[in-house]
Design a protein around this ligand. Structure first.
Ligand code: 9YT
Length: 141
């Protein structure tokens, strides 16, 4: 059994910070669960362009207010505590946070470590991870 506490990973390599978010990676590929699980904080007032071409992601909000806008349809969903959204079609979207959003994020396949968004708002496929680049997503609005 794995028992891990948020306080134990803060400030470690499992605490990955980007311009718009901090992703605290409680479970990674090396933990052997077949998925990764993160407690992610999306900073208030930000918007992030995301399209995970190589992963499926389930996101469960435990605190905060925000929205997800699908691209290109513009269909928008309010996100608040108790809301789940699942990117079951690798959906391209804008993720916006009105207040700090606390999200429990699960990825299939699991993230392996310190992935950051690339220029397309994606994480590289596992074989490509050595060339991932820093999150550049938040400048445009
Ligand atoms: C909801 C989302 O995708 N936010 C970006 C960070 C990501 N979830 C992560 O690595 O935890």
């Amino acid at each position: 059994m794995i028992v891990r506490r948020l306080k134990d990973i803060l400030g470690t390599s499992r605490d990955v910070k980007a311009q718009n978010w901090a992703s605290r990676r409680l479970l990674l590929q090396e933990d052997g669960m077949g998925f990764s699980m993160h407690h992610t904080v999306i900073y208030a007032g930000t918007q992030t362009h995301i399209r995970y071409q190589h992963h499926l992601e389930g996101v469960y909000c435990i605190d905060g207010i925000g929205s997800v806008e699908l691209i290109p349809s513009g269909v928008t969903f309010r996100i608040e505590a108790g809301t789940l959204y699942a990117l079951n079609k690798h959906d391209e979207h804008w993720l916006r946070a009105e207040t700090d959003l606390h999200l429990i994020c699960t990825f299939n396949p699991p993230l392996t470590g310190n992935e950051m968004h690339d220029e397309n708002g994606a994480y590289a496929a596992a074989a490509e991870i050595t060339r991932v680049e820093a999150d550049q997503t938040m400048q445009e609005s």
